[in-house]
Design a protein around this ligand. Structure first.
Ligand SMILES: *[C@@H]1O[C@H](CO)[C@@H](O)[C@H](O)[C@H]1NC(C)=O
Ligand SMILES: *[C@@H]1O[C@H](CO)[C@@H](O)[C@H](O)[C@H]1NC(C)=O
Length: 191
């Protein structure tokens, strides 16, 4: 009887361990003590890495885009991005809803189907931020993305290096990491 108990306990433990060992999607870390108010304001998207097929096709044609982060009425963030598309400045707004710990948000977009989760993995608020996004769009269409936000259009070499290291640590290959070229189109303070 005792032996049987030991056997069952052993199996139960193995079972539990088995459950724990199911590979889970490596959750990117979050900026400790994330301070949302210091994250507000103007950012430039100056680096991207993704395994989305859209991105891999278009990456050479992309240029820098400008984003303004403002508090949204219901507690999340209002992210307004401006970029050049077909010779015109286009503006898109995303509402980032708080999703779990500070620095973690989710959003849906009329332009990108599915549910997206974005985390601020690391930031000094003054020069750069490293973001990680997971997009759930259905079988075969899920993708993830690493983004470098910089406060200026010309991030320092060590910031670019930091982003490349971060992207590789998230499993992105060298050729899926791009630094977006600077542009003067649609970047003015008031566009
Ligand atoms: C988000 O910001 C844009 C640009 O400032 C503004 O037009 C829009 O109304 C804002 N949306 C919400 C829901 O706050
Ligand atoms: C991108 O990588 C994620 C995480 O590894 C994976 O779940 C997803 O299916 C990949 N998407 C594509 C289009 O390869």
């Amino acid at each position: 009887m005792a032996a049987l108990n030991v056997l069952w306990t052993g199996l139960a433990l193995l079972g539990i361990l088995g459950v724990l060992q199911i590979p889970t999607q490596a959750q990117a870390a979050l900026q400790p003590n994330f301070q949302e108010d210091k994250f507000l304001g103007l950012w430039f998207t100056s680096g991207l890495a993704s395994n989305s097929s859209w991105f891999l096709e278009k990456k050479k044609a992309l240029s820098m885009c400008k984003s303004v982060v403002a508090p949204a009425a219901d507690g999340g963030l209002n992210l307004t991005s401006t970029f050049l598309r077909k010779d015109q400045c286009e503006t898109r707004t995303l509402l980032l809803r708080p999703a779990g710990p500070p620095g973690c948000y989710s959003y849906t977009s009329p332009h990108w189907s599915g549910n997206h989760e974005v985390s601020v993995v690391e930031t000094d608020y003054e020069a750069y931020a490293l973001l990680y996004t997971e997009s759930f769009r259905g079988p075969g269409q899920d993708f993830c993305m690493a983004t470098l936000y910089s406060r200026t259009q010309a991030p320092k070499a060590e910031i670019k290096e930091k982003f490349a290291t971060f992207a590789k640590a998230q499993g992105f290959t060298e050729d899926s990491i791009v630094f977006l070229p600077q542009t003067d189109k649609c970047m003015e303070e008031n566009t």
